[in-house]
Design a binder for this molecule. Structure first.
Ligand SMILES: [Ca+2]
Ligand SMILES: [Ca+2]
Ligand SMILES: [Ca+2]
Length: 194
């Protein structure tokens, strides 16, 4: 398995945030965007004009150049990723986003997680709960509810994997990190293939 990790610190729902690419020790501060809503039907792995008003960051995720887009509206937080590869990877390629549960330690048991595999833009439940190690379970299998949707695909023209996620800011579900006004949320994102 290949894994790359990027740490983002999102401050407030007004969201100022600090992005630290751990592998490269580069840090960028940014303020996430409050923007237009993205309907569920537009979560299809094709990044359109929905993302024009998002914060855009260029970074590396392991060996790939990538762009990450972050925005939110009154009810949802949105993440998109473009991960550049010259050809489609054999096997499964997935993107994921961790939301720290508030203890300041990311990527560990109890954290909230979004994930979806690239599958031609097929829209899937993306709301997981992280049990530690590589063990993550859909909220719906652990007594919670699904509050997030994602889709991804390989873009043969743009030569990149493209992913879109939409999650509720504050679902009330115990399996989710609640993003409230003025909250501080630590985010990690990346990809895996297997
Ligand atoms: Ca944590
Ligand atoms: Ca949930
Ligand atoms: Ca969850």
């Amino acid at each position: 398995m290949e894994r790359a990790k990027v740490l983002a610190r999102a401050i407030g729902i007004g969201l100022a945030a600090v992005l630290a690419i751990t592998l490269l020790a580069a840090a960028v501060e940014f303020t996430a965007s409050y923007g237009s809503s993205i309907d569920l039907g537009r979560i299809d792995g094709v990044l359109g004009s929905d993302w024009d008003d998002a914060q855009r960051h260029e970074c590396r995720m392991g060996k790939y150049a990538a762009e990450v887009y972050l925005k939110y509206d009154d009810g949802f937080f949105y993440v998109a990723m473009v991960i550049h590869t010259s050809k489609e990877i054999r096997g499964t390629f997935e993107a994921w986003v961790f939301f720290d549960d508030g203890d300041g330690k990311g990527y560990e048991k109890g954290d909230d997680m979004l994930s979806v595999v690239a599958d031609g833009g097929k829209r899937e439940k993306a709301d997981y709960y992280f049990e530690g190690k590589h063990d993550f379970v859909l909220d719906t299998r652990g007594g919670g509810e699904n509050n997030a949707t994602g889709a991804g695909r390989y873009d043969d023209v743009g030569k990149a994997y493209t992913f879109e996620f939409r999650r509720e800011l504050a679902s009330g579900d115990a399996k989710d990190v609640q993003i409230e006004d003025e909250a501080i949320v630590d985010i990690e994102y990346g990809w895996s293939s297997y």
